[in-house]
Write a protein that binds this ligand. Structure first.
Ligand SMILES: NC(=O)c1ccc[n+]([C@@H]2O[C@H](COP(=O)([O-])OP(=O)(O)OC[C@H]3O[C@@H](n4cnc5c(N)ncnc54)[C@H](O)[C@@H]3O)[C@@H](O)[C@H]2O)c1
Length: 235
């Protein structure tokens, strides 16, 4: 089986590539950073196809390179340049964050899902969303709104594919120590949990101490309150 991973040259995507390589999977890796991607691919014996996930044609070409793919990890994402309130974020930042984080996932689904359905075999799609797509954290600029769109996309895709051999796993991590965050858990931990969730055909919000924050903020909103800043709940 071949696994395709977007944003595979660093962070969570690289950790997914390493974890799947350890399982003996063939890898087709893509990233916009072609130099880092070439190094990773050489180390893991993978095929490297540099691409920008925001480009629908590039994602279609990627899918054509991998007709035997049965696992597709739509993982690439960026933090914007401005992390201010909505009106403080420049228009070009809104455009690029939505182009990569939201359209990147749409382009991946449009390129790969019809092929997976046509193959008629068990297949998996992993979508890296974020805890910031399930609860609102002030100070993230366009990132949180884009990740809310990604959780809606992943959930809709999972619903629409429920009666097919294609299973969708939505991955919603809190902070992970990668290129976009100095703090957080190691990406290898998140990749390991993502693989467990895929094996079990479920979504995952990780680590679990954030589950209560998501539920509490939803409750505050339906109660008509403006939510406070969410925080972890330790049992
Ligand atoms: N780090 C965190 O705290 C955290 C938390 C929740 C979710 N996430 C999500 O995890 C995913 C991976 O991010 P990460 O934390 O590993 O960051 P990262 O910056 O370490 O890795 C992201 C990779 O994606 C690549 N990339 C960026 N734009 C691209 C594009 N247009 N096309 C193709 N590749 C592109 C980068 O070159 C990089 O290699 C993202 O979707 C991110 O939003 C991260």
């Amino acid at each position: 089986m071949t696994a395709v991973i977007t944003g595979a040259a660093g962070g969570i995507g690289l950790a997914l590539a390493e974890a799947l390589h350890a399982r003996g999977e063939q890898l087709l890796l893509t990233d916009i950073d072609d130099t880092a991607l070439a190094e990773v691919a050489a180390r893991l014996g993978a095929t490297a196809v540099p691409a920008d996930v925001a480009d629908p044609g590039a994602m279609a070409a990627l899918a054509e390179r991998a007709p035997e793919a049965r696992l597709v990890c739509l993982n690439a994402g960026i933090l914007g340049q401005s992390l201010g309130a909505p009106w403080e974020v420049p228009a070009e930042d809104w455009d690029r964050v939505f182009a990569v984080n939201v359209a990147g996932v749409v382009n991946g689904l449009r390129a790969f899902v019809p092929r997976l359905l046509a193959a008629g075999e068990p297949a998996r799609v992993l979508i890296t969303a974020s805890l910031a797509g399930l609860a609102v954290f002030p100070g993230g600029g366009a990132y949180g709104p884009a990740k809310h769109a990604v959780t809606a996309l992943a959930t809709h895709a999972a619903m629409a594919l429920a009666d097919t051999p294609v299973r969708v796993t939505m991955l919603c991590p809190a902070l992970v120590a990668t290129g976009i965050s100095a703090e957080g858990v190691p990406p290898s931990e998140v990749a390991a949990e993502a693989l467990r969730a895929m094996d079990e055909g479920r979504f995952t919000v990780t680590p679990p101490e954030w589950h209560g924050a998501v539920v509490r903020q939803a409750g505050q909103r339906v109660a008509g309150e403006v939510p406070g800043v969410p925080g972890p709940v330790l049992d």
